[in-house]
Write a protein that binds this ligand. Sequence first.
Ligand SMILES: *Cc1c(COP(=O)(O)O)cnc(C)c1O
Length: 462
Amino acid sequence: MRYVSTRGVAPILDFEAATLAGLASDGGLYVPETWPRFSEAEIAAMAGLPYVEVAVRVCQRFTAGSLDEAALRTIFTAAYGRFAHAAVVPLKQLDHRHWLLELFHGPTLAFKDVALQALGLVFERFLAQSGQHITVIGATSGDTGSAAIDALAGRSGVEVYMLHPHGRVSEVQRRQMTTVLDGNIHNVAIEGNFDDAQAIVKAMFNDAAFAARFPLAAVNSINWARLLFQVVYYFTSALSLGAPHRAVAYAVPTGNFGDVFAGYVAAQMGLPIERLVVATNRNDILHRALTSGDYSAGTVAPTDAPSMDIQVSSNFERLLFDLSGRDGAALAAAMAEFEATKKLALPQAWLAKAGLFSSARVDADEMADTMRWALAHTGELLDPHTAIGLAAARRDTGNAPMVTLATAHPAKFPAAVQSATGVHPDLPARLADLMTRTERYDIAPANLQAIEAYVAERARAK
Ligand SMILES: *Cc1c(COP(=O)(O)O)cnc(C)c1O
């Protein structure tokens, strides 16, 4: 399988090179040259298989030439063996129509473990084969950072620099990153918000001189492999609910448009998905874009669902590429306009092709009401992100079974959960001592030069 950039200029790469590259050299994102399609019979044949086997079947179409079936099976067996639930991602029924897909049974309690546990092993395998060293640079609104750090701590050939917005991640999220003391892990709290951190990471990738000194790799969802590994749970959950003979709908709490884009990929592959509901909090650029074509970034408002406090959703570019008819030049022009003015009016012809998606903006009161409803009527304690997803799901009026992606464990966001429900969510036993572990991190200004100097200094010291 070959990978092309959404902006049409960067070299075409194979899966290995696209995985290690992260951002394409023309500023675009890598996507498969075509969407592989399963027949209905091929989908039906996956029903009842263990998670790892479905993962192998879905992913091998995309990794051909770089990772074969046996390599994928080894990687997925190790990655998902670390999950605390035998189903990896159990599906729980809430009422006659609604289901929760629990994606938070990995080591750091958010769905990002599903992709990053596998990606860490993929990196290690590619680097061992080539003898290369890479510098992983990431921006996190909390959950990517802890999942990437857990997946990459102590791995050889990889140095990790993780930027998080100072004071804007929960204490549990921060400690999950800063209490990992391995020498290849560097946590930096930047004096800015998540979009500032993400902009610095993008600028580093675009700084050719810097990237030549330090081969950079991305663990944000700009990395294609991450999205690929998330496609798998759409298959396993839809199969459980009757696919390919019955269509299923999903509500996805969304920030960077990665998780919901994985659902779009599953649909392109032939999985019968009736609708993807994009759930946002008051940082609603995606809701505005999908309902009225108004893709314009406001300022980020901090909320109790910090992993969705995003105004510039990187992966939306991957959808726009398809909506534009895969016209790299048109997309490069549109993204240049957006980067310069922070606004873009999406052409009606593009929006017309986005019929798979609906969207909802959920405010703080509705989020808290949904947490109380779920606890009272189903006994489930939801984290704030999942509550936003479920609120959007419950507004949807379709008939298909509706799966809300439960993206984090409630104990990751104890203050918000307690204030909405009066119940304090306990950390699972394996993390019980988190609040007393030693922390290590640095604080830095939100500017490119400062962060590049920080990386260069630490590379020299090694
Ligand atoms: C990252 C994250 C999201 C948003 O996911 P995207 O792929 O960026 O849209 C939602 N909820 C939680 C708990 C997260 O960690």
